[in-house]
Each structure stands twice: as structure tokens, then as C-alpha cells.
Design a binder for this molecule. Structure first.
Ligand code: PEP
Length: 244
């Protein structure tokens, strides 16, 4: 299974930034051993999709609504993402869980809506620092998987310990190995053999300097990258560390 390197731009990226990042990715992605994905803000999905059309780089959104259309001011549907050129969507990122109070049930409904529209979902899970200090990480992540993934889920899961996101702190290889094994076992219990086929990304301060180590950990199927995805050279540096 090819690893997936996905860039989450969060609330960053004006027109000039989009061209500056996606231009070099268009050519730099040729011949990589991994799949590459950029998730710009909604306003620049069309821009990114136009720059990257016909290239090896896919485009995704960072959220979608559960409904296809209607009276939901400020929201974006999965159909709108697809219409703008996205083929993927990140769902349940810890920043959305925290900033917008998103529950597992809501994330499951969004995942169903994304899949029904033909988008590939990346569903995020991960514990806070306090939860890890209390030794509750498996309970938290297990609960998020049980609540957020619909029956028959065939997308991607991203394990992102909240304390490692944007902090420069990275989980140790041993922590990543233990959690990814726990997630794999949980997915198999939940989904049967299909759970073996789900790529499990690691996210949390992934950089070119630590990418080879993290991407070599068993059951790590790629990386979800925040800060380093805002620089094409750094993002490609991570992608070059990926395994086929
Ligand atoms: C993220 O936003 O999903 C993320 C992992 O961010 P960073 O790489 O900056 O820690």
C-alpha cells in the first residue's frame, strides 16, 4: 500500500501562497513513491485544483457539512468540494473538535456524506496531553474510532496526538508504534479484514528531519502534515521519505 502524505493548510493560503506551494509540487511529485494530497482552505481549492490538474497531486477540503445543500450559512457541502475539484476531505481534525465542538456522531455523519458524494475521507483521532498523562490514550482513541467511523469505512484514519500538533513536540517512535498497532487492531475488530486495508497516518510536527523515522514505524501509512505543508520544499522533503 503506498503511503499518503497529506498537507493540511488550515486557515492559511491566499492566492499567491497557493501558486507558490502548488507550482513546485506539480513537477516535484513526479516519480514519488507515495500519494500526495494538499488541503487548502475552501477559498483556494479551485485555484489549487487548476494548478495541479493532470498532476500526481490530489486536492482536498478540510471539512464538509452533513447535508448536500440548504440553509446552513457559512458551511460547505461535500458536493461543493467535489465541484471545486476536491477528491478528498479531512474530517474531525482536533481543531474542529475543539473550536466547533464537533462530536464523534457528527464526524460519522460527515464521513457518510463525504463518501456518498465520492470523496475519500481522512478521519482524525487523537488524545490531548492531559489524557495521555492520565494513561487514557487508548480509551480516548478507541472511543473516537468507534464513534466517528461509519460501518464499512474504507477511508483513511489520521492519528494526531493533540499535544504534538503545531508544537514541535513529536511522539516517540515507541508511542507511535504502540498507538498505530492499537488502531490497527481496533480497526480490524470494528471493520473485519477491511480494517487491514485502512491507511493510518501519523500527524503532529512531522518535518523533513523526522519523516524517515516516523514513516518507517509499522502500521504508519503516511503523514498528515500541518506547518511543513506550507512550504513546497519541506512538503516534498517529507514525501521523499515515504515508503512504497
Ligand atoms: C495538523 O494540522 O494536522 C498537524 C499535524 O500540524 P503540524 O504538522 O503543524 O503539527
Amino acid at each position: 500500500m503506498r503511503q499518503l502524505i497529506a498537507g493540511n493548510w488550515k486557515m492559511n493560503g491566499l492566492a499567491g501562497d497557493t501558486a507558490a506551494i502548488c507550482g513546485p509540487l506539480r513537477t516535484g511529485a513526479d516519480g514519488l513513491a507515495c500519494d500526495l494530497l494538499v488541503c487548502p482552505p475552501f477559498t483556494r481549492i479551485v485555484t489549487a485544483a487548476n494548478i495541479l490538474v493532470g498532476s500526481a497531486v490530489a486536492v482536498g477540503g478540510q471539512d464538509c457539512h452533513v447535508n448536500e445543500k440548504g440553509a446552513h450559512t457559512g458551511d460547505i457541502s461535500a458536493a461543493m468540494l467535489a465541484d471545486a475539484g476536491a477528491t478528498w476531505v479531512i474530517l474531525g481534525h482536533s481543531e474542529r473538535r475543539a473550536d466547533h465542538g464537533e462530536s464523534d456522531a457528527l464526524i460519522q455523519a460527515k464521513t457518510k456524506a463525504a463518501v456518498a458524494t465520492g470523496l475519500s475521507p481522512i478521519v482524525c483521532v487523537g488524545e490531548t496531553e492531559a489524557q495521555r498523562v492520565a494513561g487514557d490514550q487508548n480509551k480516548i482513541v478507541g472511543g473516537q474510532l468507534a464513534g466517528s467511523l461509519p460501518e464499512g469505512f474504507a477511508g483513511v484514519v489520521a492519528y494526531e496526538p493533540v499535544w504534538a500538533i503545531g508544537t514541535g513536540k513529536t511522539a516517540t517512535e515507541a508511542d507511535v508504534a504502540a498507538m498505530h498497532l492499537f488502531i490497527r487492531e481496533t480497526l480490524v475488530k470494528q471493520l473485519g479484514d477491511a480494517g487491514n486495508k485502512v491507511r493510518i497516518l501519523y500527524g503532529g510536527s512531522v518535518r523533513p528531519a523526522n519523516a524517515s523515522t516516523l514513516l518507517a514505524v509499522p502500521h504508519v501509512g503516511g503523514a498528515l502534515v500541518g506547518g511543513a505543508a506550507l512550504n513546497a520544499a519541506d512538503f516534498l522533503g517529507i514525501a521523499k521519505a515515504a515508503k512504497a
